[in-house]
Design a protein around this ligand. Structure first.
Ligand SMILES: [Zn+2]
Length: 384
């Protein structure tokens, strides 16, 4: 059976809690192979992380080449007893299919596979260009042995992608309300203020880093990093911890640390952002406070797929099926689109995200049919 609901059910029944695969990639590989795709299973490793299985499948040798990306791994179910229907049951009740991954994002992958197979059936088994699938089992955790390496592997084989649709649950309330065309970057760091430890009764012999780190937190939090850009909301810097590691009330701590994360837009690069924050820190410190920032490595750069023919084509397919014109959004957390954007323009469009990562994650059966039609509409227009 190659309808989207059946594929969704078969995927949900594989308990592929990251990093386990539990047969999920095999479900897709068998369907795609049957339809004439050349398939590759590629395992990537790195010390300290679990080996991850990935799937690449392509039909056609010419351009244009559209690829559907996604992940079959899911977050843990939480308290399985709390689910109305089993967390990996794939059962349908009152118009919803239940199970971990139903919306994030086994349902989205199932719709793209069903749409591609239907397109091929209607076109003598061959696309006018190429259709491929880039499916990883490593998105919900560290994202080290998944999309990032699969893209490098594909590039080394000479694979060239013209456009990508990533089926993450992009819609907020109803099908067709939102396409993601970019994401903000993410950069974390720790602010460290060095004081001098001492007795609280003799503060002149110590240097208390607590008031100073408070001043620096306020200084760095209060001044906007920018005022947003054409496609992005303003960047924001959020302090998430403050810590002196002190258990005594009669001791002035010698050092204070505060962790922060910045979600930044296309007014910045990682380098310019770090420079801006350090310059502000230096100004706030003057020549009295001794402080510095330890930056964490980040592979979450900001990206944007500029509105143009490809987004227009997706909007037209969505409008035809749903009657809605989606917002082109850049909000939310990171996704594998940040890696794909270095290879080709990428948009994210999938199911409605309301129940993702929750107990009773479920996808509307009607939405699965709608998404399959939209993906089919994208393929029809893409190869028209
Ligand atoms: Zn996801």
């Amino acid at each position: 059976m190659t309808d989207a609901l059946t594929i969704t059910r078969d995927l949900i029944r594989c308990p592929s809690v990251t990093p386990a695969d539990a047969g999920a990639l095999g479900v897709l590989e068998a369907l795609l192979k049957d339809a004439g795709f050349t398939t590759h299973r590629v395992t990537f490793s790195e010390a300290g992380t679990a080996d991850i299985d990935n799937l690449y499948a392509r039909i056609g040798t010419e351009g244009p080449h559209i690829t559907f990306a996604g992940h079959t791994d899911v977050v843990p179910p939480g308290d399985e007893a709390a689910w109305s229907l089993g967390a990996f049951s794939g059962e349908v009740k009152d118009g919803y299919i239940y199970g971990r991954g139903a919306v994030d994002m086994k349902g989205g992958i199932a719709c793209s596979v069903a749409a591609a197979l239907a397109y091929l059936r209607d076109h003598g088994g061959k696309p006018k260009g190429s259709i491929s699938f880039l499916i990883t089992g490593d998105e919900e955790d560290v994202s080290i042995n998944g999309t990032i390496k699969l893209l490098q592997w594909a590039a080394e084989r000479g694979e060239k992608f013209d456009h990508c649709v990533l089926g993450e649950p992009s819609n907020q309330e109803v099908m067709g309300d939102c396409i993601k065309i970019g994401r903000r970057g993410s950069q974390s760091g720790t602010l460290i203020v060095e004081g001098k430890q001492g007795h609280v009764a003799y503060p002149h012999r110590a240097s208390n880093p607590v008031p100073d780190i408070s001043r620096l937190i306020v200084a760095l939090s209060d001044e906007p990093l920018d005022h947003g850009s054409a496609q992005f909301q303003p960047s924001n810097l959020e302090f998430t911890t403050v810590d002196v590691g002190n258990t005594a009330t009669n001791v002035i701590a010698g050092i204070a640390r505060a962790k922060f994360n910045i979600r930044y837009n296309d007014c910045h690069t990682q380098e310019s952002l770090r420079a801006l924050v350090e310059e502000r820190l230096a100004r706030a410190c003057g020549n009295r406070i001794r402080a510095h920032i330890d930056w964490l490595p980040s592979n979450s750069n900001v990206f944007l797929t500029k509105p143009g023919p490809f987004t227009d084509l997706a909007v037209a397919a969505i409008a035809e099926v749903t009657g809605r014109r989606p917002e082109l959004s850049t909000t939310g957390g990171t996704s594998d689109a940040r890696f794909i954007s270095s290879y080709c323009p990428v948009i994210e469009f999938g199911l409605v995200g309301q129940t993702m990562h929750q107990i009773d994650e479920r996808a509307s059966v009607a939405d699965i049919a709608t998404l399959t039609k939209i993906y089919r509409g994208i393929l029809d227009r893409y190869f028209a």
